[in-house]
Each structure stands twice: as structure tokens, then as C-alpha cells.
Ligand binder design. Structure first.
Ligand code: ARG
Length: 459
């Protein structure tokens, strides 16, 4: 038998394989609430514009509420033969209220319907992402405040570069996640127009009120071009792009936590709540959450690339290819939200090992730049010469197997005779970080300024 929704011109129903490749109900049932919200807004508008009678609209409204509670209660029977969430809902509505159900689709198409549902779903995810990022930023601020003046090595090339403060390192991530937050807000503002009423592609001859449905669904305005409204998915791609960038930040931090929690580094201890053990090695405490964050990022990039590929060759307007937008976005959204929550939990719970950080900060000739700067500042040496003298001293310390502050004044003067004893003041790690007072620098005073600034931004 042919399809009751569109089978008028069909003599036979679809092949089982056709049904299998065509159906999206297995995944788009996640948009049930959005679909019903869209239908309710549409029906109310059809009543207000006298396209439908108040009696029909009331029957539709009540029927849709029943369908929603059936779905939420878990006793709704989804049917693959009915393809997608839109037709599953409408078909059940017909069983409940009869004939008026058939009037709901007046002045509407599944093309504007699915674009509307999906936008509503993605918009909720932008909101969830905003909340997740804010929570993570607050957790980082907590770490930064606790250790604003704790010293640790700063790295370039993963080689010790200069001492920095723990708070400064935490605040670097606050900046990154803060930009992610602003990207989320920008993208949400840009996507907030309503496709509903674009109908199949050309608009409709019914006197609908798209401003009314847009407002009812919390959109800022109706989408201005009906062809565009049903055929673009850039809102989903922007979600995936923003998610990809943010996931990249999460992954870099996750990578650092994996390194930092190792026995070789001991910079942090992750909490039991966010670690796992080994079934064979009793001593193990593994940073699995960090590793999984690092790995889940791949799924998000995959979704971004995947949907770009789906969209890039499609002529306007709707093509069924676009049904492949949802699973990508659903999976990426789930991965991103979970990664953010796991990172927040780890950051909140982790304990920085202040002693290990301080020992590491002082090793690897981390204050060599301070020594070179001293030669410039005090002896008036050109920086290039100072760099060379310092390099010679580093080489000397390396061959003696000690750090720079362990060299004697005689050692120093054997390389450059005008060096005086107060050079040792700048070789201390705490002095080094305290001296980096330029705006945005690692000095604890600057870090506290950064924390203060962010608290004001978030207040
Ligand atoms: N399940 C479809 C999708 O997700 C709904 C839109 C179908 N539109 C159509 N003209 N076949 O894209």
C-alpha cells in the first residue's frame, strides 16, 4: 500500500531497502519536542489568521499536547514506515483527533518544518554550550585564584622556557574558553531567524503570519528568503565549527593534564572521582577522562567535515542529502557537552602540586633570560651579546651538572668580568615571575588583575 502522507500518485509502497535508506525516525525523534513546539506555533497562527477555525486549532493544540506527553512518557510507538518525526507526530495526531489533523500542514512543508525543528534543537545546544563554558571558566578561575603566585615552568617546544605562575596558565585557558563563549553567543544571535512559513521553498499563497510564528518560537525574525530558509544548514555548520574550535582547546588542556599527572611531571593530582584504575597494575591511577576528551574531539571534527561535505555540492533548495545533517550534529553536541562537563569536573577536583611545580620551575635554566636581561639593564650590554654570554654560562652550568644559581661569582666572572654578586637576585624563580609586570604578563599582580577583570565580565 502506498504512503498515506504522500502516496496519492503511487500505486505501490516502497521497497524495504528504500524504507531503510529513507527513514530518519531512528535519530530525528530527538527533535520531537521541537517538532511539536513548531506545530503548535503554526496551528495557533493558522487560527489567528482565520485560515483554520478555532475549533480545529483547539483540537490540534490538545492533540499535540497528548502526543508530546506520550513521547515524553516513553509509550509512543515510532514507525519507520512513517519516515521521520514530522510524519510520526502528524499520523498519531490523526489517530487522536481525526480530520483536523490533516489541516495542520496547511501553508507548511516538511522542508520548512525540519529546518525549524533543527534550528530550535541547535539553539538549545548553543545555550547548553554557553552554560558548560561558563561553568568551566568558573572552575578555572578557582584554580587561578588559589595559585596566582605559584611558580611553574613555562614551556615552548615542551622545553623549559621561562618560569610562569600557575594562575597565569589557568587564566590562559580562561581567555580561550572565553572566546569560545563569545563565538557561541555570536553564532546563536546570527542563527536566530525562523524558517517556518517558507513552506516547500517558495513561500505560500495562504495569508500566514510568519512574524507571529517566529515570535512564538523565540526567533528574532522570520528568515528573509524562503529559498535560503529551507536550503541552508550554515547554522549547524557554525555550531560544529564553534564546537570544533572549543574542542581543540579542551583537547590541548586534556593533553596537558595527561602529561602533568604522570609520575615524571607530578604537576597535578587528579581526583579519584575523575580517574580510573588498572585491573592488573595496582599502583595505577589513569587520567582516562582527559584522554577521552582528547579523543572525542575527533568525532566533532569528523562531524564538521562530514556536514561540510554533505552540503558543498547541493543545488538550491532542499535535497534529501540534508537529512544527513542531524546525526553529525547530535553526536558532536553530545561529545562536546560531555567533554566540557568532564573537564569542569577534573579542573574543580584537581590538586596542583605546588612543590613539584616550584622544583620544575627552577630547573632547565629557566631564568637564563632574566640573566641576559640583567646584563643588558645593569651592564648596558647589547642584547645579542648578553644572549651569547648567558649561553656560555648555561653551557658551563650544564657541564658542571648544576643550575645557573649554583654557579659561583668566580665562574660568572670567568665568562664576563663585570658581572657582580647582585646578578643572583634575578636568578631566583620567584623574582623572575614577580618581575614580569607588563600588561598580561605572568607576575602574580598581573594575574590577579586578569582574574578581577574576568569576574567583572562574568558578573
Ligand atoms: N526527514 C527529512 C529531513 O530530515 C524531513 C524533510 C523531508 N522533506 C522532503 N521534501 N522529503 O530532512
Amino acid at each position: 500500500t502506498s504512503n498515506t502522507m504522500w502516496g496519492g500518485r503511487f500505486a505501490a509502497g516502497p521497497d524495504a531497502i528504500m524504507e531503510a535508506i529513507n527513514a530518519s525516525i531512528g535519530f530525528d525523534q530527538r527533535m520531537a519536542a521541537q517538532d511539536i513546539a513548531g506545530s503548535r506555533a503554526h496551528a495557533a497562527m493558522l487560527g489567528a489568521t482565520n485560515i483554520l477555525t478555532d475549533t480545529d486549532v483547539e483540537a490540534i493544540r490538545e492533540g499535540l499536547l497528548t502526543v508530546l506527553s506520550e513521547i515524553e512518557g516513553g509509550d509512543f510507538k515510532f514507525s519507520t514506515a512513517l519516515e521521520d518525526i514530522h510524519m510520526n507526530v502528524e499520523s498519531r495526531l490523526k489517530e487522536i483527533i481525526g480530520e483536523p489533523a490533516g489541516r495542520l500542514h496547511t501553508g507548511r512543508s516538511r522542508n520548512d518544518q525540519v529546518a525549524t525543528d533543527f534550528k530550535l534543537w541547535v539553539r538549545d545546544q548553543f545555550d547548553a554550550a554557553e552554560a558548560g563554558l561558563l561553568a568551566l571558566i568558573h572552575a578555572l578561575l578557582g584554580q587561578a585564584e588559589a595559585g596566582a603566585d605559584w611558580v611553574m615552568p613555562g614551556f615552548t617546544h615542551l622545553q623549559v622556557a621561562q618560569p610562569v605562575t600557575w594562575g597565569h596558565h589557568m587564566m590562559a585557558y580562561v581567555e580561550m574558553f572565553g572566546r569560545d563563549l563569545s563565538r557561541v553567543r555570536d553564532a546563536r544571535a546570527r542563527m536566530n531567524t525562523s524558517p517556518l512559513g517558507a513552506a516547500a521553498l517558495a513561500g505560500t499563497s495562504f495569508p500566514i503570519d510568519r512574524h507571529m510564528t517566529a515570535k512564538a518560537l523565540g526567533f528574532d525574525a522570520p528568515a528573509a528568503n524562503s529559498l535560503d530558509a529551507v536550503s541552508d544548514r550554515d547554522f549547524a555548520l557554525e555550531f560544529l565549527s564553534v564546537a570544533s574550535i572549543s574542542a581543540m582547546h579542551l583537547s590541548r588542556f586534556a593533553e596537558e593534564l595527561v602529561i602533568w599527572s604522570s609520575a615524571q611531571f607530578r604537576f597535578v593530582a587528579l581526583s579519584d572521582r575523575f580517574s580510573t584504575g588498572s585491573s592488573i597494575m595496582p599502583q595505577k591511577k589513569n587520567p582516562d577522562a582527559a584522554e577521552l576528551i582528547r579523543a572525542k574531539v575527533g568525532r566533532i571534527y569528523g562531524a564538521n567535515t562530514g556536514l561540510m561535505m554533505v552540503m558543498k555540492g547541493l543545488p538550491l533548495t532542499y535535497s534529501k542529502d540534508m537529512q544527513e545533517d542531524k546525526e553529525q550534529v547530535f553526536d558532536a553536541a553530545d561529545s562536546w557537552m560531555l567533554a566540557m562537563a568532564a573537564m569542569e569536573g577534573m579542573v574543580k577536583d584537581m590538586t596542583a602540586n605546588r612543590e613539584s611545580l616550584a622544583v620544575a620551575a627552577a630547573s632547565g635554566f629557566s631564568t637564563a633570560t632574566d640573566l641576559a636581561d640583567w646584563l643588558v639593564r645593569v651592564l648596558g650590554m647589547p642584547f645579542r651579546d648578553a644572549h651569547h654570554v648567558t649561553g656560555t654560562l648555561v653551557g658551563m652550568a650544564e657541564s658542571k651538572g648544576c643550575d645557573l644559581p649554583d654557579l659561583s661569582l668566580d665562574d660568572m666572572q670567568s665568562v664576563h668580568q663585570h658581572i657582580t654578586a647582585d646578578v643572583f637576585d634575578v636568578l631566583g624563580v620567584q623574582n623572575s615571575v614577580n618581575s614580569r609586570i607588563s600588561y598580561g604578563g605572568t607576575a602574580p599582580a598581573q594575574v590577579r588583575e586578569q582574574i578581577k577583570r574576568w569576574k567583572e565580565i562574568l558578573a
